[in-house]
Design a protein around this ligand. Sequence first.
Ligand SMILES: Cc1ncc(COP(=O)(O)O)c(C=O)c1O
Length: 387
Amino acid sequence: MPQENRRVRHLSTKMAQANGAIDRQTGGLVPAIQPSTTFARDEQYALYNEDHIYARDDNDLVRLGEQMLADAEQAEDALIFPTGMAAIAALFRTAPNGATIIIQSQIYWGTTKWVREFAARRDIKLIELDASDAILLDSTIAHKRPYLVFVETPSNPWLRVTDIAKASRACKAAGAILAVDSTAATPVLSNPLTLGADIVMHSATKAINGHSDVLAGVLATKDQDSAVWQAIKTDRHDAGAVIGSFEAWLLIRGMRTLPLRMERMSENAQAIAQHLNAHPKVAEVLYPGLESHAQHQLAKAQMPGGFGSLLSFLVKGDGDDALTVCGALELFKRATSLGGVESLVEHRHSIEGPDTGIPTSLIRLSVGIEHIDDLKADLDAALDKIG
Ligand SMILES: Cc1ncc(COP(=O)(O)O)c(C=O)c1O
């Protein structure tokens, strides 16, 4: 089990050492995988180990992963789910029938789609608005007094930045819960709980794991006694939304390098954003690290560690031009998802269709840890193929 060490002052140290966990049976620096789903009792019917009855609750690797994530988010408690969507669903399922919920518009399409269908089933009044507009968000919270406000910052794929501290003040005054999907920021670049959010959520499938080989989600809170957290915990237990030992082991291994990866990915993404911003075939770059970004100053304050790996740009031209560029890339792999060590490209309009307002000329990049010169050359060669 992890040891408290007063010499550990920085997240990168803590993460690299997996919170200091050492396997007590062997001294192994890497935690052992215990795949058993159930645990034996002795002849007197006493458990061999009080902490182990049944693996839905009792998995040391999941416990270690949750502790690492709680530490990273400066949270009191964290829960790991099988996917980001399972975490989001557990949060929204705490809402009473007929409640009012505000969600940010034009966020990850899977969230919007699921929440819309859920709200319709449960008679929930759903308000979708641009949460990066702090005045609009403030007045809607004050007027509608919702149960829950759910924002995604920076948002995928528009890279809009919501002012978490302001949103938190408005939520507190109205008695609403503020939840932040911080997937694109990761706990390395931003800590929404320290800015007043009640719950922070991540798709750990993305940069937290970082190697495109585990599905997982996270919720964390700074108030583990709150009614919403207790309801989420019960829901996760009773609905059984947990991961297995192998996934938890991979997730912990991925998290050991999270700070290092985010540093490199943010540096690469910043350099690519600047490069594309000056490119004659590019109409606009959406990246909070650019001074031209509408919320650049806010992003600087809210994301002191960097601006993340996600960026979008619009080519000069139409959807066919954007697809030509995507098709001509060799290093950026044409695949959905984000936050992995390998760079990815996505034409979101082809995925979302015409109803969500994504321009046909928009290309989304997830920038990995490759050498920056190779990534720039790949983009230049692909952009050369259009008008
Ligand atoms: C911002 C954001 N939130 C949530 C999710 C859902 O996560 P998962 O795919 O792990 O269910 C995604 C997935 O792309 C995402 O990008």
